[in-house]
Design a protein around this ligand. Structure first.
Ligand code: NAD
Length: 286
């Protein structure tokens, strides 16, 4: 039987989630995605209208099939957590069952189980502010959307993940080195995500025989990265200073994710894997 993957955080064809979905599809996995509710309409209509047909192409010439798109807002665990202003927001009214618990219940009803869980989402409302100017609200919102969202997804999905399954998230070097401009508590959120990767690897490994890893990815011009505002500078910096002086492609991160999710990586868990052309290993720029 082929593997079934749920990729949370796909809303266009520019980000890591899309590239990871493609790499998993190319390796034979069935693809389910979780799309942020406010982005759902545009994503689904673009898919339907064939806007992504060029980038849906897999190495064998076929097009990636997304079996089902689930609306998801990973900052809410169950309906009781949703505040009135979101409930009545017109971008949310057209969708239902998009809290983490409900999404997992729907996947269970539709398919029974999954083998691979990918968390490719982050959000920090104050990301453009230095940490020293970040509000408590902004900091906690960054942690909620970018770190706890992973704990919650894994906690709810683990019981329906087949033993031997694998889970992955995406992190960034700003968790461990100073990257001015990656603000709003996002550096803190990535530090939490990496620490949680180790603890969750232990807990989910012992309890469910699931592996848990995170990919520390180099810079990519995704929608989320463009919102931070310094992505072109980061890409140039990497091309100038990394051991490998080529621009990182989302596909390279997708391929690493497919490896980590596969039995080829059966003894790898609790790790941060750098897919960044080696930039993390540099001490000074040259
Ligand atoms: P992206 O815009 O493609 O992906 C982010 C996704 O998160 C979007 O689809 C967005 O709709 C979704 N999202 C935001 N809030 C959400 C919520 N509450 N519930 C559900 N979905 C929500 O951008 P990306 O850069 O590919 O980001 C994917 C992951 O890669 C993130 O964890 C990001 O931090 C990480 N990353 C990115 C870079 C980079 O340079 N782009 C580098 C290292 C790590």
């Amino acid at each position: 039987r082929g593997k079934r993957a749920f990729i949370a955080g796909v809303a266009d064809d520019h980000g890591y989630g899309w590239a990871i979905s493609k790499a998993l599809a190319a390796a034979g996995a069935e693809i389910l995605v979780g799309t942020w509710v406010p982005a759902l309409n545009i994503f689904e209509s673009s898919l339907r209208r064939g806007k992504f047909d060029e980038t849906r192409k897999l190495p064998d010439g076929s097009l990636m099939e997304i079996t089902k798109v689930y609306p998801l807002d990973a900052v809410f665990d169950s309906p009781e957590d949703v505040p009135e202003d979101i409930k009545t927001n017109k971008r949310y009214l057209g969708s239902s069952n998009w809290t983490v618990k409900e999404v997992v219940e729907s996947v269970k009803q539709d398919f029974g189980s999954i083998d691979i869980l990918v968390h490719s989402l982050a959000n920090g409302p104050e990301v453009t502010k230095p940490l020293l100017e970040t509000s408590r609200y902004g900091y906690l919102a960054a942690i909620s959307a970018s770190s706890y969202s992973y704990v919650s997804l894994l906690k709810h999905f683990a019981p329906i993940m087949n033993p031997g399954g694998a889970s992955l998230s995406l992190t960034y070097i700003a968790s461990e080195r100073i990257i001015p401009g990656y603000g709003g508590g996002m550096s803190s959120a990535k530090a939490a995500l990496e620490s949680d990767t180790r603890v969750l690897a232990f807990e989910a490994g012992r309890k469910h025989n699931i592996r848990v890893n995170t990919i520390s990815a180099g810079p990519l011009r995704s929608r989320a990265a463009k919102a931070i505002g310094f992505i072109d500078m980061m890409i140039d910096y990497s091309s100038e200073n990394a051991p490998l002086q080529t621009e990182l492609s989302a596909e390279e991160v997708g391929n690493a994710a497919a490896f980590l999710a596969s039995p080829l990586a059966s003894a790898i868990t609790g790790t941060v894997v750098y897919v960044d052309n080696g930039l993390n290993a540099m001490g000074v720029g040259v």
